[in-house]
Design a protein around this ligand. Structure first.
Ligand SMILES: NC(=O)c1ccc[n+]([C@@H]2O[C@H](COP(=O)([O-])OP(=O)(O)OC[C@H]3O[C@@H](n4cnc5c(N)ncnc54)[C@H](O)[C@@H]3O)[C@@H](O)[C@H]2O)c1
Length: 352
């Protein structure tokens, strides 16, 4: 029986992290080998504003494909079935919408979703309208340790889940991963309300996107579990993630290790969960391809999942703007962080 091969294309080739001239991590150099490893895709084209970067990408990876500077022309002429979007966050929305309108069957876009809440909704709506399978590269959902934490919760090792806590440097860049893990741990339950505060006093940008200097948010999922997330300077909870249950606690201490003090444990049990032979990026790409092979199958990195934690980010900003609790769904279109900085209400220049 012959198996289908899919026409694959990439927008935003970049240069690998740490190499001369790199402007970021060059995530296309990670997407490409992992999609090729599925042995189910043929690279038909790559697009970068800078043609020399696209040509360098092909040379470095020993690949042959057409090169485009205009990604819309590439979509129209090459009609890819699978597309990687590896550009900076403010470009994700326009590229995802264009790809959905061009009929791309599976769009695998880098995280975070978008730089405004309106853009995040627009992307998901466009994908839904045109029947594109939209996923975001929150590849940590494929890390075995995080999956083991979820299993420990489901197995009742700490009784009933009460609270999940996490910390990291920011909400939108790294926080998008941790808020996504919090969703994973709580079974992707929808969120009821969000109350938060943000602070901005320097122009902090990651992949071009403006970040708060500090944030804290308390939120409630519809199953009654509470979340607390702290970001930025001085954020510290004593571990990476903490899950508190009625009969115990799990502390995630790295992407491979956790400690549990659960039912019947008189002291901490240290648990190591190796990733095994297949990395999280490879599993993410294989999952994207599988969606096309198996009608009805959805990647665990689907936009349906990503949009839930993205709503927490923008609701935290909105809570800070309104000085109050935000009951979801969030009805704004902008990024209150960007709007408040533009208005001089917070941010490096408060003299406006
Ligand atoms: N999943 C992860 O763990 C992870 C890790 C690092 C970065 N990222 C994300 O990956 C995304 C891309 O980051 P990067 O580090 O690969 O960036 P990069 O700077 O290395 O590469 C981006 C490329 O996009 C190109 N580009 C810009 N505008 C374009 C356009 N209109 N058409 C075509 N190409 C265009 C640029 O010329 C550049 O070559 C970001 O959203 C970042 O958050 C994810």
């Amino acid at each position: 029986m012959s198996v289908s091969r899919y026409r694959y294309a990439i927008i935003g080739t970049g240069r690998p992290h740490g190499t001369e001239g790199a402007t970021g991590f060059g995530m296309a150099h990670t997407h490409y080998p992992n999609f090729m490893a599925t042995q189910r895709v043929d690279l038909v084209a790559v697009s970068d504003l800078d043609q020399s970067l696209a040509e360098y990408f092909l040379e470095k990876n020993g690949a042959q494909a057409k090169v485009y500077c205009d990604y819309k022309e590439m979509l129209a002429k090459e009609k890819p079935e699978i597309l990687s979007i590896c550009t900076w966050p403010h470009l994700h929305a326009e590229m995802t919408v264009a790809a959905a309108e061009a009929g791309v069957r599976a769009i695998h876009c880098e995280k975070p979703m978008a730089t405004t809440w309106g853009d995040a909704k627009r992307m998901k709506n466009a994908a839904d309208k045109h029947g594109s399978l939209l996923s975001f590269n929150h590849q940590r959902r494929h890390i075995k340790l995080f999956q083991a934490v979820r299993k420990a919760v489901v197995d009742g090792e700490i009784g009933d889940l009460v609270m999940i806590e996490a910390e990291c440097g920011d909400m939108l860049d790294w926080g998008t991963h941790w808020l996504d893990m919090m969703q994973l741990y709580n079974g992707d339950c929808p969120i009821e309300w969000v109350m938060g505060q943000i602070e901005s006093h320097t122009e902090k940008r990651i992949f071009g996107a403006f970040m708060e200097n500090q944030a804290m948010v308390h939120y409630k999922w519809k199953n009654g579990v509470r979340g607390v997330f702290i970001s930025g300077e001085d954020a510290k909870i004593g571990c990476v993630h903490r899950l508190i249950g009625t009969e115990g606690v799990i502390e995630v201490t790295s992407e491979r290790t956790m400690r549990i003090r659960g039912k019947g444990d008189s002291q901490w049990r240290h648990v190591e969960v190796p990733q095994g032979p297949i990395g999280d990026f490879a599993l993410a790409c294989a999952d994207v391809v599988r969606q096309l092979d198996e009608p009805g199958y959805r990647s665990v990195l689907t936009a349906d999942n990503a949009i839930q934690h993205t709503e927490i980010i923008y609701a935290t900003y909105e809570s800070s703007r309104r000085r109050g609790r935000i009951n979801l769904p969030l009805t704004i279109e902008d990024s209150p962080l960007l709007s408040m900085v533009a208005a001089g209400e917070i941010g490096p220049d408060r003299t406006k």
